[in-house]
Ligand binder design. Structure first.
Ligand SMILES: *Cc1c(COP(=O)(O)O)cnc(C)c1O
Length: 424
């Protein structure tokens, strides 16, 4: 540990706990390089054609990745796409989401989880989150259901599975399609079942910031044959293809969401390393949690009963009351000690200009009178998390040594012990 006898906070001129940068995330290596070289030698960079026939389903690497994905996650269908954003948009198309429909979404997530409703002319209706997991609160979902509700997009945020038993029970009662946004959660589990397979359609991201990656990419999975066919159509110019292939899904809106062969070859190598890249995240998170456990007002990540959390980020909750210090002051002091924390997620999505603007449009229709207005107070738990409690950092990946993790713990402990100096 580099913690020193100097107990003056770095923000007040003391020596920071950590002055070296932290190591980078483990990246792509020799196996990925070889896989790319093989694709280059084959000369086939993509083999998709937006017409019905042999090449409707893509080239050999795409199909090989999809086979490996099906096996790894135990699902009937896996479709590669060029991002998780594309996969979410395709999932909404597959679910039949269209103009006038409502889609219940989380306000505490990356924007794509809600944009997939807007893209299809539907209205995102925001439900509140659980303060322990930051995932959708099933009771809040239930309270937002109307006769126009078509689908739910629930996110396994930060790598923690949502409350899937409750969510699927509600969906079944109301005949809703459930899209699981598992972009941050490949490798997570709930009662032994893999995240991504817990809703009707699951979506994974292969963007470079995620646990496994191919630069840009995504995968959608489902056990439902009709949903799989609709996903394939949405990926590949569906409306122009349905007639030729004799598909009944004539209402589909198609795009070009296809993955290339190079990305697929890299993604297959990364998939094989999923466990290897996940295990150190869990070990590092456990070490952080143990190191912070006795700090009053600092709440380490909650792992629900039966869940395997894979820690895309390490998130702690600060109880400002118990701490006696505003989160902003605590975060600034941590940053000065060399730990690059972020004060929670982006604003609740309904506070962002796009939604406010769309809301003004959607709510000018008197048929939408019963809907929320995207006003402040819409999702109070989400707002409290965003404005006061959540603090996170990405330093949980397998590139870190125990000593690196101990520096993060030491910085938290130093700031916590000296926090009185932050309010004086
Ligand atoms: C990263 C992310 C996405 C989007 O993934 P891309 O592959 O970058 O499009 C969607 N949802 C969540 C929760 C994410 O974290």
């Amino acid at each position: 540990m580099t913690a020193t006898a100097d107990t003056t906070l770095a923000i007040h001129g003391g020596t920071p706990v950590r002055s070296q940068p932290f190591p980078p995330r483990p990246g792509v290596g020799e196996a990925e390089r070889r896989a790319v070289a093989e694709v280059m030698e084959s000369g086939v960079l993509s083999q998709f054609i937006g017409a019905w026939g042999e090449d409707f389903a893509g080239g050999p690497r795409v199909q090989s990745l999809e086979r490996a994905w099906r096996e790894r996650f135990g699902v009937r269908h896996a479709l590669s796409l060029n991002s998780a954003t594309s996969a979410l948009n395709a999932a909404a198309a597959a679910a039949g989401v269209g103009p006038g429909d409502e889609v219940i979404v989380s306000p505490y997530t990356m924007s794509a989880s809600a944009v997939c409703a807007l893209v299809h002319g539907a209205i995102p209706v925001f439900a509140d989150i659980d303060e322990r997991t930051f995932c959708l609160d099933p009771e809040s979902i239930r309270a937002r259901i109307t006769p126009r509700t078509k689908a739910i997009v629930a996110v396994d945020i930060f790598g923690c599975p949502a409350d899937w038993d409750a969510i699927m029970r509600i969906a079944d009662e109301h005949g809703l399609v459930v899209i699981e946004d598992a972009a941050q959660a490949p490798g997570a589990e709930l009662n032994g079942r893999p995240a991504g397979t817990l809703g009707h359609i699951g979506v994974f991201s292969l963007n470079y910031h995620k646990t496994i990656q191919c630069g840009e990419g995504g995968v959608a999975v489902t056990n439902d044959d009709a949903l799989a066919e609709r996903l394939a159509l949405a990926r590949n110019h569906g409306e122009a293809v349905v007639g030729d292939m004799g598909s009944p899904h004539a209402d589909i809106l198609g795009f070009n969401y296809r993955m290339g062969e190079l990305e697929a070859a890299i993604a297959e190598q990364q998939l094989a390393r999923l466990d290897e890249l996940t295990a150190p995240r869990i070990a590092n998170a456990d070490r952080l949690t143990a190191g912070l456990a006795d700090l009053e007002g600092v709440v380490p990540p909650h792992v629900p009963e039966g869940a395997k959390h894979v820690y895309y980020l390490h998130v702690v909750r600060l109880d400002e009351q118990a701490l006696g210090v505003p989160r902003a002051a605590f975060a600034a002091a941590l940053k000065a000690e060399g730990v690059p924390v972020t004060e929670g997620y982006v604003d609740p999505l309904y506070r962002q200009p796009l939604y406010r603007q769309r809301a003004a449009w959607a709510f000018s229709d008197p048929r939408n009178d019963g809907l929320g207005r995207y006003d402040d107070g819409e999702c109070p738990t989400c707002e409290r998390m965003r404005d006061h409690e959540v603090l996170f950092h990405p330093l949980v990946h397998g590139g870190l040594s125990d000593a690196d993790v101990d520096d993060i713990v030491a910085a938290f402990r130093k700031v916590h012990a000296r926090r009185g100096a932050l309010v004086r």
